[in-house]
Design a protein around this ligand. Structure first.
Ligand SMILES: Nc1nc2c(c(=O)[nH]1)N[C@H]1C(S)=C(S)[C@@H](COP(=O)(O)O)O[C@H]1N2
Ligand SMILES: [Mo]
Length: 402
C-alpha cells in the first residue's frame, strides 16, 4: 500500500520526515483533503525542495521550517507564476522599455544601464502572495491551495522606480504605472499578466526595480534578471522579469486588474487606497495585513514537562513595523509578551521568541498574535472573502507534553 507518507519519502529521497516535520505541517494546515493528498515536495532547478501546489504553471510554497531565519534564502523562496510560457531571459538581450501615453520621453535600458545609471538602494521586504493561506479557507474557495508558505523575506537591491520614471518625462495626467513581464500565456484564452500601480505608490521611494536578492542575482523563478519590489503591498504587483513599464493617463483595464486581486469594499481596514481602480463593490488588494506564525514547533511536537522550551516565530505587516507579539497558552484567554529579535527594517519579517515551561502533561495549545505600531492586530475568525485573500487568523499549535 502506498501511503501519503511514503510517497513523500520517495519524492524527498534523503530527506528525513520526523514527527515535527513536513507531515505534521501539512496536517496542521488543515487543507482540503484533495490538496493535502496532492501536496508533495519537489525541487525546481536551483531550488531546495518546496511544497508543490501545481506544476503547470509552477506554484511552489516554502515549508514552515524554511522561515527559521528572518531572511529567506533564495533557494528556499516560494515560486508563483500565472502563465505557462515562462521565459528564459538572456541578460544580454533583455531590455526594459519605459514609455506609455503619459510619458513624453520613452527609452530603453540594458541590464548594465539599470545597474549603473541609477543610485543602487537596498530594502528588506516581505514578498507575500495575496492568496497565502487560501487553502485554510473555510468554506473552501477555488484558487491555488496555499498553506502558510506563499511568502518570503529578502534583501532586495535595485534602482528606485521614481528615478527611472524621472527620465521618462511623465505628464501631470499620469494616473497609473503598468508593468509587464517576459512571461506569456501559452494559450490565447489566458490574458497576459500585466499589472498596474497607482502613480503615488510607483513613485514611493521604497518601490524599486530589483536586480539583486540577498546579494545575488535573482533566481530565474523569482524574476531574473529584474523584478519590481513594492514593499508593503502584496506580491501580485511585484512583476517578475519585468520588460515594460508604461505611464498611463487612464486606468489599466484588463482581467488581472478588473477581474482578479480584488477584495470586497469595506471588509478590510486599509490605509492604502487604489482609487483609480475602485468600483461600487470591490477594490484592488493593496497592503499586507499584520500577521505572524510559529516556526519552531508544529502540531504534535513532543516537549517535556518541567523543561523550558523556546517558542520562536516571525511577525510582519505592511510597513508600520511590529510593535509586539503576544503568546497565549490558554486558548487566547491570557497573553504574555514575547521578545522581539533584530529589526531588519519596517517591511521585513521580525523574529520573536519566548521561553516557557510546560507544567502538566497532555496537550498544550500555543498561540501567537502580532500587533503593529498602528495598533492593528490579527483576527480570531477568518474574514471570509471568495478569493481567499488576507488570511491573518491567529495560528494555534498543539504540542504534546510528556
Ligand atoms: N511576470 C510575472 N510576475 C509575477 C507573477 C507572474 O505570474 N508573472 N505573479 C505575481 C504574484 S501573484 C506573486 S505572489 C509573486 C510571486 O513571487 P515569487 O515567484 O518570486 O515568489 O510574483 C508576482 N509577479
Ligand atoms: Mo500572488
Amino acid at each position: 500500500m502506498t501511503t501519503r507518507r511514503n510517497v513523500l519519502q520517495t519524492v524527498l529521497g534523503g530527506w528525513a520526515l520526523t514527527g515535527g516535520g513536513l507531515g505534521s505541517q501539512l496536517a496542521r494546515a488543515a487543507l482540503p483533503q484533495g490538496a493535502l493528498d496532492s501536496a508533495v515536495m519537489e525541487r525546481l532547478p536551483g531550488k531546495q525542495p518546496l511544497i508543490k501546489r501545481s506544476y503547470r504553471p509552477p506554484n511552489f510554497e516554502s515549508p514552515l521550517s524554511y522561515f527559521e531565519d528572518a531572511i529567506t534564502p533564495n533557494d528556499r523562496f516560494f515560486v508563483r507564476w500565472h502563465l505557462m510560457g515562462i521565459a528564459e531571459v538572456d541578460p544580454r538581450e533583455w531590455r526594459l522599455s519605459i514609455g506609455g501615453d503619459a510619458a513624453s520621453k520613452p527609452f530603453e535600458l540594458t541590464l548594465e544601464q539599470l545597474k549603473n545609471d541609477f543610485d543602487p538602494v537596498e530594502v528588506v521586504a516581505v514578498c507575500q502572495c495575496s492568496g497565502n493561506r487560501r487553502g485554510l479557507s473555510d468554506p473552501h474557495v477555488p484558487g491555488v491551495e496555499w498553506g502558510y508558505g506563499a511568502m518570503g523575506n529578502a534583501r532586495w537591491k535595485g534602482a528606485r522606480l521614481k528615478d527611472i520614471l524621472a527620465r521618462a518625462g511623465l505628464s501631470k495626467e499620469t494616473v497609473e504605472i503598468a508593468f509587464d513581464g517576459a512571461d506569456r500565456p501559452a494559450l490565447d484564452v489566458t490574458p497576459d499578466f500585466i499589472k498596474s500601480l497607482p502613480a503615488w505608490k510607483a513613485l514611493d521611494e521604497n518601490t524599486i526595480v530589483a536586480y539583486e536578492m540577498n546579494g545575488e542575482p535573482l533566481p530565474h523563478h523569482n524574476g531574473y534578471p529584474a523584478r519590481l519590489v513594492v514593499p508593503g503591498w502584496t506580491a501580485t504587483y511585484w512583476m517578475k522579469q519585468v520588460v515594460s513599464i508604461q505611464a498611463l493617463s487612464k486606468p489599466l483595464s484588463n482581467f488581472w486588474m478588473a477581474g482578479a486581486y480584488r477584495v470586497p469594499k469595506g471588509k478590510f481596514a486599509f490605509a492604502d487606497r487604489f482609487v483609480s481602480q475602485e468600483n461600487e463593490t470591490t477594490t484592488p488588494i493593496t497592503e499586507i495585513v499584520v500577521n505572524s506564525i510559529i516556526t519552531s514547533h508544529t502540531d504534535g511536537a513532543r516537549v517535556t514537562r518541567g523543561q523550558p522550551l523556546t517558542l520562536k516565530g516571525i511577525a510582519w505587516d505592511s510597513g508600520a513595523g511590529i510593535r509586539r507579539v503576544d503568546v497565549s497558552r490558554d486558548g487566547g484567554r491570557s497573553w504574555e509578551a514575547a521578545d522581539l529579535g533584530t529589526d531588519l527594517g519596517r517591511f521585513s519579517f521580525r523574529p520573536w521568541q519566548t521561553t516557557l515551561t510546560p507544567t502538566e502533561t497532555g496537550p498544550l495549545v500555543l498561540m501567537a498574535r502580532a500587533m503593529n505600531r498602528q495598533g492593528s492586530t490579527q483576527v480570531s475568525e477568518l474574514i471570509f472573502n471568495n478569493p481567499g485573500y488576507h488570511n491573518n487568523v491567529i495560528q494555534a499549535v498543539a504540542l504534546t507534553v510528556v
